[in-house]
Design a protein around this ligand. Sequence first.
Ligand code: ADP
Ligand code: MG
Length: 262
Amino acid sequence: MTAPATATRAPLLSVRGLTKDFRTGGLFSRDRHRALNAVDLDIPHGRIVALVGESGSGKSTLARCLARLEQPNSGQVLLDGEDVLRTQKRGASRAYRSAVQMVFQDPFGSLNPVHRVEHFLRRALLVHGRTAGEDELRELITTVGLTEDMLQSYPHELSGGQRQRVAIARALAVDPRLVLADEPTSMLDVSVRIGILNLMRRLREERGISLLYITHDLASARYVADTTQVLFAGELVEGGDSLALMNRPAHPYTQLLLSAVP
Ligand code: ADP
Ligand code: MG
């Protein structure tokens, strides 16, 4: 199942020439490691884009640059054509931070164990200057496939898959246009993983949300993503329609990745 055609519409998010170097060695070292090299990427409205690549290829660094948790050395990030790294518009930075939300790999690590689920959702809203009524919280929790009584649960009372759903609800609280999901399913059992992938598809269908789905699992990329981009040593080496890419990979690295899929 694919979303309606968006070919005539400009992408929601465009990345141009994004480059990120990390310092290696000590504080005064001049050595640099190039984690991302001149990355160009478009994320259309209401589409799921998978970003695949082996560990260390730069997937998280790219997501963190897009979430503005990391400052790239050069390049542009355009949201609806607006250069978010350089804009002088008042409130643009704040608007961007609610439009683009990130979900991390380890849902427990990002949920403080002393708080109830309700607290995380309220807090997510508060960060963006909003408060939530009971109805809104109930709607959020049921949207991600959990029951209303789970608002009163503590993280340790939930399974891994349920915690990841809470993390997704927290991201959804601020009505994002793009969710960056960094290996959200890699710590989950296969049966639970499918549920999260289906939830991502539902968010695309029902809310028109775009997703960047980061994974090293090509089978799940093929299952959920409209298009797939392949990152190798900090460079996007290949990208396109997920099925076409996996049926006829052109780049030797993509072929290698696919040969590892059972
Ligand atoms: P992936 O998510 O694909 O596994 P990462 O984006 O985490 O890859 O890492 C890409 C490269 O950048 C790796 O070589 C990693 O060691 C390096 N790197 C990531 N974050 C930092 C950091 N904060 N400081 C130094 N090097 C980093
Ligand atoms: Mg990573």
